[in-house]
Design a protein around this ligand. Structure first.
Ligand SMILES: *Cc1c(COP(=O)(O)O)cnc(C)c1O
Length: 870
């Protein structure tokens, strides 16, 4: 069992690889005359000096390929190479394998011509690709060996890669996990998105605790995982005029305005232990012809460069807002640019097949990830009517059999609406089509519910007001064949709240659920290789099998009482805490205790996610500890609390919450009475890579949204898969996790979804003073106001969201939250039982693989089948 704890496999710092070269060859290095340091060869020289005679042929091929890329692709010398150069060469070498599989996959899809699905998402939060690629290709050991022979350490090279952070949070990460599973399940699926020049901002925290944002120029070091397609380009128009033809055909001509070019970049998506390698196609915007030569020749340099800049601006930056909508013109242009390029590309591929246009939905399904790509609906209508000569009815029939819509939120502030005047200006033809769709639709509603004017107003695509606004969720709903939410509770809420009228109109069968998932390759095997190895040895099933068939984890239940397993399970958790502590020490210079419970909340900062509840709970605990005698304190459960997450740059209250966390940490970590028992960390710049280090170390994680607000959550699944227990509200996928693992293995608290409306009503009209309603919370708020954590006045706007209105129900849930935390403490003190809960939790996470989720979409929505690459 000790081999599992080998630092090599848990990612702890390893001895330098060059020592291996010495033992391999007996090579004795020269010594530097001045410093006396040993001079070790690197790169090709190392290969030569190591005399790679007996190594395995595949490893030799790998080292040759790496050295070759160093010399040709990178045009560098093989000796004197730094880690970054070595990473780039290794990535290019891996990319060669991916490209071969990618080509074969596209050939297979062309030859078999199966129905295909396209996943349109404005966000793909991919994280790093090197480790994932070599694991999926089954080449990790070979690459580790090859890199080692070249005098490098694979873990160091993996660390050179920048995250591809083209997303905000859960929605973008779901898209990434679904792509991984689509290749693994050998399903013909492509993703379409935007190639933002700048991904989600880098978060810095000032000494005062303020979030600062810096740009994320992730392409600066070049991106080895993308293939530019200079030949895959489309023109995309904005503005101009739409003139309806007078021939009664309903066609129109759209001309003038601005034209920009969309150019494709392809990112291969390897499946796990399969050749199938799907494609993620990302669009970059470019000026149509360099820049405007006429202006340039006329001496109008600024004008020429301005128009070129305006084209490039479209894909320059990811909007950093999560779960909020706001009507910015550039965002609208991003949405149209991306849907227009993607549909043109899909149409071109379809037309190569020489099928009648009416067969379009038999060969193509398009999934809309949230309402962001909803313009695809009027865009396909425009193509079919204006360019393909279809009648309105035929076009509508094709459209409504092609699209599928996934709703991601019922929060009113997140429901997209576009002002009619803006749409009219930027996309005049699409505005006409949306009005026409609405006219037909309103006619149908009127027929079914005669005289029900309120219903018509509620269901209309156009919300009255000044200005009028287009309701994108309504358009997505009526333009799609089916609509789904992302967890059982959320799908029910979609049906009973925001789309209730549509259920009454269309019937229930148009509405479904696909509970989210995560890929167990990245979120278990890659981020927690020791646990993965322990699971394989316990189940006596190779990981290549159970990682593709996650319900097999249930076999762990038979071993829950095995003390040997429990011991190793606990040792792995401990090693993962040490790995995190090491990471924090190296990256933030902080020393953290590894012999305490790790309690983690990492996700976007949002009022509905209630990080505020958590930090107020921490303060409550601190005040209680201070009131105990030293003897009493020693009997308490010791813990470290971790936060990480970004706030949208304009989200004032969320930023104040970060500030409070940082300042509470400053005070309590310095308090010698208590810091042995309670410590607090805000880790800056949350990312996929940081999540991969944090998640395996957690004993308990918090998913404590106000009931009915978190559509699903996916980090809850990641923690539980890694044997972390869940503390949460009865919300989103927490509910289904509890159904799987059993309620005795999770810690639930708080009011339920059906209570929320009444509670909010009471806050509005029958507010009870906090001192009466929740004295414990009042005490905590007073401590903050009173300046225990620095100038209390700073936090008044944050505290006032609780004192007045309390939309997220902190005063209603605080007491039961504190009780739940106390139950966690009691449970943790019984380590034997705790480990059993942990094993049971992992064992029952089979449902939450995106392999299951993608199959749900494939079978119940898209009607596509797998197409294996032989
Ligand atoms: C999984 C993940 C999320 C989603 O987290 P939730 O807690 O479900 O909101 C957000 N960001 C990153 C980097 C993730 O990996």
């Amino acid at each position: 069992m000790t081999s599992i704890l080998d630092p090599k496999t848990i990612g702890a710092p390893k001895p330098r690889a060059r020592r291996h070269a010495r033992t391999l060859t007996g090579y004795t290095p020269e010594k530097d005359e001045v410093t006396g340091k040993e001079k070790w060869p690197r790169g090709e020289e190392a290969v030569w000096k190591a005399g790679l005679r007996d190594v395995d042929a595949e490893e030799k091929t790998i080292t040759n390929s790496i050295v070759n890329h160093v010399q040709t692709s990178l045009a560098r010398q093989a000796y004197n190479l730094d880690n970054l150069g070595a990473y780039q060469a290794v990535a290019l070498s891996v990319r060669d394998d991916l490209i071969i599989n990618w080509n074969e996959t596209q050939l297979t899809y062309s030859r078999k011509a199966p129905k295909r699905a396209y996943y349109l998402s404005l966000e793909f939060l991919m994280g790093r690709s090197l480790d994932n690629s070599i694991l999926n290709l089954g080449l990790k050991d070979k690459y580790a060996g090859g890199v080692d022979k070249l005098g490098f350490n694979l873990e160091d090279l993996l660390d050179q890669e920048r995250d591809a952070a083209l997303g905000n949070g859960g929605l973008g990460r779901l898209a990434a996990c679904l792509l991984d599973s689509s290749s693994t399940q050998e399903l013909p699926v492509w993703g379409y998105g935007l190639r933002y020049k700048y991904g989600i901002f880098k978060q810095l925290i000032s000494p005062e605790g303020q979030q600062l944002e810096a740009p994320d120029p992730w392409l600066d070091h070049q991106n080895p995982w993308e293939l530019p397609r200079l030949d895959v380009i489309y023109d995309v128009r904005f503005y101009g005029e739409a003139k309806r033809s007078s021939d009664g055909s309903g066609r129109a001509e759209w001309s003038g305005g601005q034209e920009v070019v969309a150019q494709a970049y392809d990112v291969p998506i390897p499946g796990y232990h399969t050749k199938n390698t799907n494609n993620l196609r990302l669009w970059e915007s470019k000026p149509k012809s360099g820049f405007d030569l006429n202006s340039f020749n006329a001496g109008n340099y600024e004008g020429a460069i301005e128009s070129s800049n305006s084209a490039a601006a479209i894909t320059s930056v990811l909007y950093p807002n999560d779960n909020t909508s706001f009507g910015k013109e550039l965002r609208l242009k991003q949405q149209y640019f991306w849907t227009a390029a993607s549909l043109a590309d899909i149409m071109r591929r379809f037309k190569n097949q020489d099928k009648p246009i009416s067969a379009f939905p038999e060969f193509i399904a398009v999934q809309l990830n949230d309402t962001h790509p909803t313009l695809a609906i009027p865009e396909l209508m425009r193509i079919l009517i204006d360019e393909e000569d279809q009648t309105w009815d035929k076009a509508w029939d094709i459209v409504t059999n092609t699209f599928f819509y996934t709703n991601h939120t019922v929060l009113p502030e997140a429901l997209e609406k576009w002002p009619v005047p803006l749409l009219q200006h930027v996309l005049p033809r699409h505005m006409q089509i949306i009005f026409d769709i609405n006219l037909f639709f309103m006619g149908q509603v009127e027929k079914k519910f005669p005289g029900d004017r309120e219903r018509l107003a509620r269901m209309s695509l156009i919300e009255e007001g000044s200005p009028q606004q287009v309701r994108m969720a309504h358009l997505a709903c009526i333009g799609s064949r089916r609509v789904n939410g992302v967890a059982e509770l959320h799908s029910d809420l979609v049906k009973t709240t925001i789309l209730k009228d549509f259920v009454e109109f269309y019937g229930i069968s148009r509405f479904g659920n696909v509970t989210n998932g995560i890929t167990p390759r990245r979120w278990l095997d890659q981020c927690n290789p020791t646990l993965s190895a322990l699971i394989s040895s316990t189940l006596k099933i190779p990981k290549e099998v159970w990682l593709k068939d996650l319900p097999k984890l249930e076999g762990l239940l038979a071993h829950v009482d095995d003390p040997e397993l429990a011991k190793t399970w606990a040792e792995i958790k401990q090693a993962n805490k040490e790995r995190l502590a090491h990471w924090v020490q190296v990256n933030l210079g902080l020393k953290i205790n590894t012999n305490v419970m790790y309690d983690i909340q990492i996700k976007r900062l949002h009022e509905y996610k209630r990080q505020t509840l958590n930090i107020l709970g921490v303060i409550h605990r601190y005040l209680q500890l201070k009131a105990l005698t030293p003897e009493e304190r020693k009997k308490t459960n010791r813990k470290a609390v971790f936060f990480a997450g970004k706030a949208a740059p304009g989200y004032y209250i969320a930023k104040l919450t970060i500030r409070l966390i940082v300042n509470v940490a400053r005070i309590i970590n310095a308090d010698k009475d208590t810091n042995e028992f309670l410590s607090l960390y805000f880790l800056p710049d949350y990312s996929v890579s940081l999540a991969e280090v944090l998640i395996p170390s957690s004993d308990i994680s918090q998913h404590i949204s106000t009931a009915g607000t978190e559509a699903s959550g996916t980090s809850n699944m990641k923690f539980c898969l890694n044997g972390g227990l869940l503390l949460g509200t009865v919300d989103g996928a927490n509910i289904e996790i509890a159904e799987e693992v059993g309620e005795s293995n999770v810690f639930f608290f708080g009011h339920l979804t059906p209570d929320v409306e009444d509670l909010r009503y009471q806050h509005q009209y029958h507010a009870i003073p906090i001192e009466e309603k929740c004295p414990a919370l009042a005490n905590v708020l007073n401590a903050v106001s009173g300046g225990l954590f620095g100038d209390g006045g700073v936090y008044e706007p944050l505290l006032n969201t609780i004192r007045q209105g309390d939309h997220y129900l902190l005063t209603d849930d605080f007491d039961s939250y504190i009780q739940a935390l106390a139950m966690v403490d009691v449970a943790y003190l019984d380590q034997k039982e705790w480990i059993k809960k942990s094993i049971r939790t992992t064992a029952k996470m089979g449902k939450f693989s995106t392999d299951r989720a993608i199959q749900d979409y494939a079978q119940e929505y898209w009607n596509i089948e797998s197409a294996k690459v032989e």
